[in-house]
Write a protein that binds this ligand. Sequence first.
Ligand code: DGY
Length: 326
Amino acid sequence: MALKRVFVTYRLPEDILRPLSGICDLEVWTGNKPMTPTELFSAICDRDGIICLLTDEITRSLLENQEKLNFISSMSVGVDHIDVAAATNRNIPVGNTPGVLAETTADLAFGLLLAAARRIAEADKFVREGQWMSDMPWSPDFFLGKDVHGATLGVVGLGETGKAVARRGKAFGMRVLGWNRTQKDVEHVELVTLDELLAESDYVSIHIARTSETLLFFDHERIMSMKKGGILINTARGGIVDETALANALKIGHLAAAGLDVFETEPLQARSTFLNLKNIVFSPHIGSATASTRKRMAELAVENAVAAIAGRPMPFCVNPEVYRSR
Ligand code: DGY
């Protein structure tokens, strides 16, 4: 029997891909840039499976034209780049990489929170640019920020990452409020309504997935119902926050600052109004970017592919219902 043909859209290290050697006919993208939609389309035509990244948009129209495709394994926990409903319609299992990046992402969320509260990026720039001069070596109101200890942290979404951020908040002596779409008891977290959370939190950290229901979830009204002087942290997904509304709230001083790792359009466009605002701390979608976490994510993506090639259910599958109809 001919080996299954599998395409990988990024040059993952050989040792990570080793479990696939001999069990499939493997082809790996060798380009230095993410694949264009046309390249992606022609690369997966006639393939049995694909291992992809969150930068690969697997749309409904791309799936409609694939006769053979039998699995999609994404090296990400979020799958909003894949039309999962369309994949499910065609009985294609979609794999992801849960459980291995929550702590790493929570570290970055907390890093952004601290940096935004204590203006660390702004202060770093101030020193580097030679603005720290002897006529103003120190003063009582120089670079004032906000306390983190003793403040209230609101965690929106109590999945693995939200809970990991809540634990960090507790360890910093914060009062921790939490809201989740479905009721969930979490140690050290006071469950409140979303309105209460927004009104009472000095810091709000977002940890919900991007779905059709959460697009622009943080709209003008929700942002303006945050406590005055609050700080918003987003390491979840772009598109959940209305960027125009957030820029406005930061400009008029309703919010003191924001820490953002994810954006509606990535990379952040040079014309983005965010770039003119000093009270935003940016990072370029690096929530899970540590060597060991990325290795674990790649291993899980390969583990999913190995199972699919062997005709077994993927161990980490977002649409397991496809196996019932197989
Ligand atoms: C994911 O896996 O969805 C993350 O955004 C990667 O950092």
